[in-house]
Each structure stands twice: as structure tokens, then as C-alpha cells.
Design a protein around this ligand. Structure first.
Ligand code: CUA
Length: 349
């Protein structure tokens, strides 16, 4: 039994350490968390294997055999030494691991020197995240998360409606957004993002659109981050800054079908097609009403209202509050006009 247990433990630990559980380590905190995870694997696999092995051997050697139905087993009077051992070992392991975990938590939550940290307010809302910045006294919001590499960021997380959970897997840190509370965590991103960014995920089941509550975190070099801040705080842009046309050029025509099926990465406007089926755009989303059916015979005013104030009139069988009411902010006027025109044409077909 001991030999089987030892071999199974060794295999279990090897497998547990060989599996690539996590994405790239994108923050200063990630390494310590991954080490904690590995230590937990090393400690918990032998415990699991010990219990399982004893159960299997007991079932093989001490099971009731035919003809023994009326027999009582030999009287056992306990074994004090054994009981002390199997109480003491788990107790020592638990206290040690809790202490270790506490030290790791204390370490990764340590605040950097005053003033050297950036605060970003994170707001959860069915089904989108908004990030509020205050850069040198200039306040602005973004639907995508941008941070400079190598600088500590303190996130203050709130929600406007139900529970959400703010998670960037590459940074490892994760915290619930709880109605009525502000929760916090800090990370120091250490790696520039790949061109498509790191996923920002909602990790708390929050309604029908939970799976779509995904945005992107971009870790930029300091100069690029400063340039982004400058762009976001530039005055006199009527459209959201990210979509403002280049100085002097006319606004480029909006490709409404593309906007419908792919959304706008820059402003963070999620694709309509992620939730809505529309044959003409080739989308098959099933969270919201099927636009091939519900738009039949609808006029321009209805379509516009449905995009900008989605709760004003909700299709039968669907509830208010599922479609984010943020499109009025995320889409520029030309984008809204183009979408309305496109959907009106499709509806009239
Ligand atoms: Cu928000 Cu799940």
C-alpha cells in the first residue's frame, strides 16, 4: 500500500506541476501566486492519494464476502497514537499553508511609496466594464483598460447593478465587484501586451450576457501610455476620441455591417452580432432578440431608440437591463446613423 501510494503521489505531483494551468505571467504578483499554487499541489496531492489508496485497499481486503452478511467484524477499540498522528499532521499542514498564503497576500498587496501609484476606478455593469482615469487632474472614461508597464496600479472596483468579478488572468489578481462596496487590488504589470491585449474577464455569473462581459487590457510603454492619455484628454472631439478622424481629414464612412458584426475595438463597443442574430451580417448571437424577426416593419425611430435606450421597449420574452445602455456613449453619431440606416434597410427587405 505504501509503495502504491508513493508512486501515485509522485505521478500526481509530476502531472500537477507539468500542466500549464495559467496564461503568461504578466505582473509582478503573478510569480508568487504561481509558486503558492505549486506548493499547494505538492501538499494536497499526497493527502488525496493517501485517502484514496487507503479506501481502495480497505475495500479490497476488508469488504464483506458472500456468507458474511450476519457476521460482525472484530471489535476495534481505536488507536490513540494513530488518531493523534492523523489529527496533528493535517493541523500542522493547514496552519503552515494558511501562514504561507497570508504572507504571500501581505506581500503582493503591499503599497508602493506614496504618490507612485496610479488609481483606476473600475465599474461593472451588465454587461460591460468602464474604467475611469484621473491623469494629472484630467478625468476621463474608457471602455478598454490601458496601463503603463512597470508601474503599480490600484484598482477601485464597484458595480452599478449586480455582482461582477474583475479579473485579468494574466495578472492573476481577481476581485468581486459588490453592490454597495468598493473593493480593491493592485498589480504592477511587467509585460507589454501582445497586439490583441490581455483579456479582461467577468468571473461572476451576472446574467444572460455574462459570457460577453469581456474587454481588453493593454499594457503600454510609458511614452505610448502618455500618448494615449493625451489623445483621450484632447478637448473638442465630439466623437469619442479614439474614433475621431485624423486632423484635417473628413470622417471616414462607417461600414455599418462590419460595425454590427465586429463592434469597435477602439471604443470598446461590443459587436451587436455577439448577442443578435442577423442573417445579412452573418451573425448568430442568441442572447438578444433575433433581429431578422423583430425588426420586420420597424421604422427608423424605433431602431434608433432600441440602440440608444434599449430598455425603452423590450421585445417579448426578453428582460430589461440585458442590453447595455452604453451604446449612446460608445458609438459616435456617424456610427449610430450608419447602423440605423443599415438596419432599416435590412428590415425593409
Ligand atoms: Cu459581469 Cu459576469
Amino acid at each position: 500500500m505504501a509503495i502504491v501510494g508513493l508512486i501515485a503521489s509522485a505521478l500526481g505531483i509530476a502531472l500537477g506541476l507539468a500542466i500549464n494551468w495559467f496564461p503568461v505571467q504578466g505582473s509582478k504578483q503573478a510569480d508568487k501566486i504561481d509558486t503558492l499554487w505549486n506548493v499547494l499541489i505538492i501538499c494536497s496531492v499526497p493527502v488525496f492519494v493517501l485517502v484514496t489508496t487507503v479506501v481502495l485497499f480497505a475495500a479490497r481486503d476488508f469488504r464483506m464476502r458472500p456468507g458474511e452478511e450476519h457476521l460482525d467484524g472484530p471489535p476495534i477499540h481505536g488507536n490513540t497514537k494513530l488518531e493523534v498522528i492523523w489529527t496533528a499532521i493535517p493541523a500542522i499542514m493547514l496552519v503552515s499553508l494558511c501562514t504561507y498564503a497570508y504572507l504571500v497576500l501581505h506581500d503582493i498587496e503591499k503599497a508602493p511609496a506614496a504618490g507612485s501609484e496610479r488609481n483606476i476606478a473600475v465599474h461593472g455593469q451588465q454587461f460591460t466594464w468602464t474604467f475611469d482615469y484621473n491623469e494629472g487632474g484630467k478625468k476621463f472614461s474608457s471602455a478598454q483598460l490601458y496601463v503603463p508597464v512597470g508601474e503599480s496600479v490600484h484598482f477601485n472596483v464597484t458595480t452599478k447593478d449586480v455582482l461582477h468579478d474583475f479579473w485579468v488572468p494574466a495578472w492573476r489578481m481577481k476581485i468581486d465587484a459588490v453592490p454597495g462596496l468598493t473593493t480593491h487590488y493592485r498589480v504592477t504589470p511587467t509585460k507589454l501586451t501582445p497586439t490583441d491585449g490581455y483579456p479582461v474577464v467577468c468571473a461572476e455569473l451576472c446574467g444572460l450576457g455574462h459570457a460577453f462581459m469581456r474587454q481588453t487590457a493593454h499594457v503600454l510603454s510609458k511614452p505610448k501610455f502618455d500618448a494615449w492619455v493625451a489623445k483621450m484628454t484632447k478637448p473638442a472631439a465630439t466623437a469619442p476620441a479614439a474614433t475621431a478622424p485624423a486632423a484635417g481629414g473628413a470622417a471616414p464612412a462607417v461600414d455599418a455591417k462590419k460595425l454590427f458584426s465586429e463592434g469597435n475595438q477602439q471604443t470598446g463597443a461590443t459587436a451587436c452580432g455577439a448577442c443578435h442574430k442577423l442573417a445579412d451580417a452573418g451573425t448568430a448571437g442568441g442572447v438578444g432578440p433575433d433581429l431578422d424577426t423583430v425588426l420586420k416593419g420597424k421604422d427608423e425611430a424605433f431602431i434608433r431608440q432600441s440602440i440608444l435606450q434599449p430598455d425603452a421597449e423590450v421585445a417579448q420574452g426578453f428582460s430589461k437591463g440585458i442590453m447595455p445602455a452604453t451604446y449612446a456613449k460608445l458609438l459616435s453619431k456617424p456610427e449610430v446613423d450608419a447602423l440605423v440606416k443599415y438596419l432599416e434597410e435590412v428590415a425593409a427587405k
